[in-house]
Design a protein around this ligand. Structure first.
Ligand SMILES: *Cc1c(COP(=O)(O)O)cnc(C)c1O
Length: 471
């Protein structure tokens, strides 16, 4: 494809995306495809001769769109949002167009230096401590996902803890994201050595007292406690672990504190939410949050910061001859290959840079506050209907609630709630997900798409009430 042909097709692709976004509301939110439908609509074998690019676009409309769940739909309320935005998509397109491979500074200095700048900007926007900046002992890096970021943090923590050949332990809670358990497996820990600390039955916060007792027990048994993961905004209900008190335990025991704020961390762009960073400056050895959830930056873009980058680089740096270069040897540059699992890396900073510049701090705050306000409005609607129980929610975009189903046992009530959820999602009008807290299945209404307005939230509530009436 020549540059001139690219120009022509590229314009059509941008038009296609704009049309898609403009008409997204008319589509069912959740794909109604059955297993195998998409594949059956496509040729079994690859083409021998090249096809015109338009044929790809035609198949996109015909075969792919019906098999999509529309994550950018204003009535998508499942999981957490995966915001995309114009500036992010365009930044990503620029990154693709440049086709740069930023594994070390020397392979494209701007790729590394823009990334360092953007993660420093972002730390400032979130009110994170100065020692997370790349011009200090610590530094930030853009990863594909929080899962990778937590794995990198764990490898650094294990490095710092030492004790190779001994039993090494990591501490999480029942509410911690599953990626931590997975990271433990990848890092070679035995299954039982990712230890689950109790949580408060009501708040679901990790219990720092029990954490300390478990660590003491493990130390007495000859284990090497390496890392504790505290979560700010758990995936299930956005519970917030007491980071400061957990940090005090970590400090006293010499254990690495990783803070997983994948979803909620970005909300600290709003000064009134900075309290969610309490304890981070004093105690966190690493911290991760995902612009690719709530902050208008399409997947993938997760930012990991470290208070001290040395243990990570010791854990991950291997220097083969073919990557030796004078810039790296000078020690004056960052080589981000040592801050992640793969060698190769995309120029992701371009999209985060586009987003931060296009919206500015003020635009980002407005976006986050808008989602929080709509969640508050939804919670009031639920609270006003005695057929539902509302779970007290944190000031983010997630509201958890359940129908009460008078007269049904807990098991039957849970089944009825799940059946209601299926009916709602089958309707195509909205998309919700669920979780389980204690014995109860709860519905999760996660608000935060840039196109979601009060009318979408009210329509969702009406649909929920109507489907309950028919139950
Ligand atoms: C979503 C989420 C993750 C996983 O994020 P990925 O970027 O998809 O790996 C981890 N932790 C928490 C608390 C999350 O909500």
């Amino acid at each position: 494809m020549t540059p001139e042909e690219f120009r022509e097709h590229g314009k059509r692709v941008v038009d296609w995306i704009a049309d898609y976004l403009a008409s997204i509301e008319s589509r069912p939110v959740r794909s109604q495809a059955k297993p195998g439908d998409v594949r059956a609509a496509l040729p079994e074998h690859p083409p021998e001769e090249g096809e015109p690019f338009d044929a790809v676009l035609a198949d996109l409309d015909r075969a792919i769109l019906p098999g999509l769940t529309h994550w950018q739909h204003p009535s998508f309320f499942a999981y957490f949002p995966a915001n995309a935005s114009g500036p992010a998509v365009l930044g990503d397109l620029l990154s693709s167009g440049l086709g740069v491979q930023g594994m070390v500074w020397a392979t494209s200095p701007a790729c590394t230096e823009l990334e360092s700048l953007v993660v420093d900007w972002f730390a400032e926007l979130l009110g994170l401590p100065a020692h997370f900046r790349t011009d200090s002992r610590g530094g930030g890096v853009i990863q594909d996902t929080a899962s990778s970021a937590s794995l990198v943090a764990m490898l650094a923590a294990l490095r710092r803890a030492g004790g190779q050949g001994q039993r090494r332990t990591v501490y999480v809670s029942s509410q911690t994201h599953s990626s931590l358990e997975k990271a433990g497996r990848i890092a070679g820990l035995a299954d039982g050595d990712v230890r689950a600390v109790d949580v408060d039955e009501h708040t679901l916060e990790l219990d720092p007292g029990q954490l300390d007792r478990l660590i003491a027990e493990d130390l007495a048994a000859g284990a090497v406690p390496a890392m504790v993961c505290a979560t700010v905004g758990t995936t299930s209900t956005t519970a917030i672990d007491p980071v400061r008190r957990i940090g005090e335990v970590c400090r006293a025991r010499g254990v690495w504190l990783h803070v997983d704020a994948a979803y909620a961390g970005v909300s600290a762009v709003c000064p009134e939410l900075r309290w969610i960073n309490d304890g981070v400056a004093e105690y966190a050895d690493s911290y991760v949050t995902n612009p690719h959830k709530w902050l208008l930056t399409n997947f993938d873009c997760s930012v990991l910061w470290l208070a001290d980058r040395a243990p990570m680089i010791e854990a991950l740096s291997i220097l083969p001859e073919y990557l030796r270069n004078s810039a790296s040897s000078s020690g004056e540059v960052i080589d981000y290959r040592d801050w992640q699992i793969p060698l190769g890396r995309r120029f992701r900073a371009l999209k985060l840079w586009s987003v931060l510049r296009y919206y500015g701090a003020r635009g980002l705050r407005e976006h986050v506050r808008g989602g929080i306000a709509l969640a508050g409005e939804f919670a009031e609607l639920v609270a006003a209907d005695s057929r539902f129980e509302l779970r007290e929610h944190h000031p983010f975009g997630l509201v958890c609630f359940r129908p009460l189903w008078p007269g049904l046992s807990t098991v039957d009530a849970n089944a009825a709630t799940l059946a209601l959820l299926e009916r709602l999602n089958d309707s195509g009008e909205l998309y919700l997900s669920h979780t389980k807290v204690g014995e109860h299945v709860l519905l999760r209404m996660a608000i935060g798409a840039p196109t979601t307005e009060a009318r979408h939230v009210r329509a969702a509530w009406t649909a929920i009430q109507e489907h309950l009436d028919f139950a």
